[in-house]
Ligand binder design. Structure first.
Ligand code: NAG
Length: 357
């Protein structure tokens, strides 16, 4: 009984057992086969290598592939000390790296602001200008003749070391050309006795097309009147485009030597008009440079003039207090504008919401 069971199990497992043992046998056979092949491999490999050599002659130096001779040369091999020689690199070409990645990528900020101040006013009007425009603009730099021992906190001040006004104007333009010309599209200059509504100036340049030669501000006749052209009056500030400044660059020395003037804004205007044939304009592409001349001791909150309300710049400002009052006045107008815009947006959204309901 047991035996017959054993037989039947064996019979059913038979093919499996045979298959497994056949597999083992075959695998053992194949191992001995490849082992036998091993000693040959060296030679065969050489053949293959030289074959490759033949094939690759065009692409490789022949000695880069090992040949049978290598065995000999390996026996002869004696270690040698190869002295380390520093490879004399040809002086590396100096790569120009811009100060900011944005410059290197060719991206520029829109607006640079330069405030023309002085030793006597930097701590009063200068600081007031800083407090009313700095946090609205990317870059505000203060330019002065001689320097105070103490520079007001948080203000970037460049001093030219001399009180002569024309010299200072020349140095200021040169400084901007040397340091900022590749980083900005527009350059705004203003005296420290002017109030600037910074957001409006910024908005103006956002709408002006770049790469034009533009000299924009409040046009003024030259004193004497017989000289042609109009310059931008410094008290109301003015905008210079990057391309205009770049064109002026090579003539700047000439202007310093040739143009006699007692007023920096006149001197710059003369230089721009004579060498680039651009006059000061107050309007361009339908956009206007609004400015307002403040009466003596006038109270901003009582000014009724429409021109005053939309001014980009207001001049003359007599003291810091008046500057802050102007700032408050214009900030309220701008705030109201923002509220109105929000209200408009809310109204314009209403119908869409009800449609969906
Ligand atoms: C000038 O403005 C900057 C930026 O708004 C501010 O951090 C700094 O304190 C200001 N300096 C003075 C003296 O008001």
């Amino acid at each position: 009984m047991r035996f017959s069971v054993f037989i039947s199990v064996l019979r059913s497992l038979g093919p499996v057992v045979i298959g497994i043992s056949l597999g083992f046998t075959l695998s053992l056979l194949s191992v001995s086969w490849t082992e036998e092949g091993c000693p040959l491999e060296g030679k065969e490999g050489e053949d293959v290598a030289s074959g490759h050599d033949g094939l690759l002659k065009g692409a490789r130096k022949p000695n880069s592939i090992s040949t049978g001779n290598d065995v000999e040369s390996e026996e002869d091999f004696e270690p040698r000390i190869v002295p380390y020689k520093q490879v004399q690199q040809s002086a590396p070409k100096k790569v120009f790296r811009a100060k900011y990645i944005s410059t290197e990528l060719g991206m520029r900020e829109r607006l640079f602001a330069g405030v023309l101040t002085s030793k006597n006013t930097i701590n009063t009007l200068g600081v007031a200008v800083n407090r009313t425009i700095s946090h609205h603009l990317d870059t505000v730099v203060f330019f002065t003749g001689s320097r105070n021992r103490k520079v007001p906190h948080g203000m970037f001040v460049v001093s030219h070391g001399d009180e002569r006004l024309i010299w200072n104007m020349f140095q200021t333009i040169r400084y901007v050309l040397d340091h900022y010309i590749n980083e900005y599209d527009w350059f705004y200059f203003v005296q420290d006795d002017a109030y600037t509504e910074a957001d409006r100036i910024r908005e103006l340049v956002e709408h002006l097309s770049m790469d034009r030669e533009l000299y924009m501000g409040s046009p003024e006749e030259f004193i004497g009147g017989e000289m042609e052209g109009k310059y931008c009056y410094g008290g109301f500030g003015y905008l210079l485009s990057r391309s205009l400044l770049l064109r002026l660059q090579i003539f700047l020395e000439n202007c310093r030597n040739d143009i006699l003037s007692s007023r920096p804004d006149e001197w710059l205007g003369r230089c721009i008009i004579d060498y680039t044939s651009n006059n000061c304009v107050s309007e361009y592409e339908g956009l206007e440079y609004h400015h307002y001349e403040l009466g003596k001791n006038s109270d901003p909150s009582k000014e009724q003039n429409k021109k005053f309300k939309r001014a980009l710049t207001v001049h003359p400002v007599s003291d810091p207090e008046q500057m802050y009052r102007l700032h408050r006045y214009f900030s309220e107008i701008e705030l109201q504008k923002t509220y109105n815009e929000i209200a408009k947006l809310q109204v314009s959204r209403l119908p869409r919401v009800t449609n969906h309901l």
